[in-house]
Design a protein around this ligand. Structure first.
Ligand SMILES: Cc1cc2nc3c(=O)[nH]c(=O)nc-3n(C[C@H](O)[C@H](O)[C@H](O)COP(=O)(O)OP(=O)(O)OC[C@H]3O[C@@H](n4cnc5c(N)ncnc54)[C@H](O)[C@@H]3O)c2cc1C
Length: 384
């Protein structure tokens, strides 16, 4: 799968300028991902997938992002849904008391992914961001399942995904935040609002929801699992973007090297030093992402693993923005023209620190921890 991602990256890179310019969804990239079987990356082998771990995912995301960060970011949403679902072991299911019907439904969602379906994440809301504890989208029990109503924003891949992971709050018990997998179609209306500075091809539009779903759509089969899922698998919520932004940063270095060689600027010491510093910074951030990913696979949930997860997100986000800015400066004004790869990469890289957990929130988490506090509960505001 990593080789497949490497094979696809140049194809994505060739299409990236057009989808960025138009703010259109990279439909052809997604057809390539489907054909390569990548929608089954995180699906266990017994259900027809590749059975990848988090470290494998991180390598795939890095390679895809070297081609097109926007494509890799949308793919990350699908990988997060399938990775979190596939990560529920029988032992964990027993410990949480998940009903067998919910595990059967989970297997069906994963089999569908291995067969070529892909899932988007509809969590964020206007004025709330991704803070699960503040969501206003609500659900209530009805005879044949659940009725969900509300509006989401920043939903990458809206209008193209086969189903959406929707986070919503119980109308009867607002302390319960649950997650549903809702098929695209009636009751899921996309409003095309995404016209952003960077990651323009992610199609992160608003989604208006008024839908009734069967009981099997409630992930885990129990209400109130959304915050539990963040605690059990913080790597998907916090650090899965990290590999994407390190890939974007590496693409910026590659684009600068190509530009500098083409323009014959390599003899300038300041240009050479910028490229040298950028290479070191991207390599260091990549190592941090790999270390976090290795620990997630080997020692999930351990205190030191979680520290690396937050470090990786912080380093990837800040490194991408700093490196892309420096590479633009090394390349000069001609790289600022629309259509030049560095112009797009500079804007795409800017989004890394802003995606939750934002760089400021990551730094606060790590600082609170270093000072002996409880980083999950001692923030100035709830983390989620
Ligand atoms: C390219 C892109 C694609 C995205 N795709 C998706 C998607 O597919 N699905 C989805 O659901 N969302 C998606 N998002 C949205 C994203 O996950 C966040 O929900 C969103 O960026 C939060 O926006 P916000 O404007 O409310 O800012 P916030 O994240 O709320 O940040 C506002 C400010 O508050 C600070 N802050 C936030 N939380 C805390 C805290 N706990 N303590 C202290 N300070 C805090 C931040 O550092 C920042 O300075 C995407 C975002 C981007 C940029």
């Amino acid at each position: 799968m990593i080789d497949e991602a490497r094979r696809l990256a140049p194809r994505f890179a060739a299409r990236a300028a057009a989808t960025d310019r138009d703010g259109s969804f990279p439909v052809d990239d997604f057809a390539d991902l489907r054909d390569a079987g990548l929608f089954g990356l995180m699906v266990p082998a017994r259900l027809g997938g590749a059975g990848a771990g988090f470290a494998d995912y991180a390598e795939v995301a890095y390679e895809l992002a070297r081609g097109n960060g926007a494509t890799a970011l949308v793919f990350n949403m699908h990988a997060s849904v399938t990775g979190a679902l596939g990560g529920i072991s029988d032992t964990l299911a027993d410990a949480l008391g998940l009903p067998p019907e919910a595990m059967a439904a989970r297997d069906e969602h994963l089999k569908a992914a291995a067969a070529g379906s892909w899932y988007a994440v509809a969590m964020s809301e206007r004025g709330v961001g991704s803070r699960l504890s503040k969501l206003t989208t609500s659900y209530q029990r009805v005879d044949d399942g659940y009725r969900i109503t509300g509006s989401k924003t920043f939903c990458s891949g809206a209008g193209h995904a086969d189903a959406y992971l929707v986070a919503a709050r119980s109308a009867s018990d607002p302390t319960q935040v649950s997650q549903f997998l809702v098929p695209a179609g009636d009751g899921m209306r996309v409003e095309e609002t995404w016209d952003a500075l960077g990651m323009r091809a992610t199609g992160s539009h608003d989604l208006h929801i008024d839908v009734t779903v069967p009981e099997s759509a409630l992930l885990g089969g129990l209400e109130g699992l959304a915050l539990v899922a963040v605690q059990l698998a913080p790597h998907w919520m916090v650090a899965s973007y990290a590999a994407v932004y390190v890939g974007v940063a590496r693409a910026a270095v590659d684009a600068a090297v190509a530009h500098v060689n083409e323009r014959g600027l390599g003899h300038l010491p300041a240009v050479r030093a910028r490229i040298g510093r950028a290479d070191a910074a991207v390599s260091a951030a990549h190592l941090a992402v790999r270390e976090a990913a290795r620990r997630v696979d080997e020692a999930p949930g351990e205190v030191e693993t979680n520290r690396w997860v937050w470090r990786a997100k912080l380093l990837a986000g800040t490194t991408a923005a700093e490196v892309a800015a420096s590479m633009l400066e090394a390349a000069g004004t001609s790289a600022m023209r629309r259509g030049h790869p560095l112009e797009r990469l500079y804007r795409d890289a800017r989004a890394g620190s802003l995606q939750p957990a934002t760089s400021d929130v990551c730094a606060d988490w790590l600082g609170t921890d270093a000072l002996g506090g409880d980083p999950d509960s001692d923030g100035v505001a709830p983390r989620w």
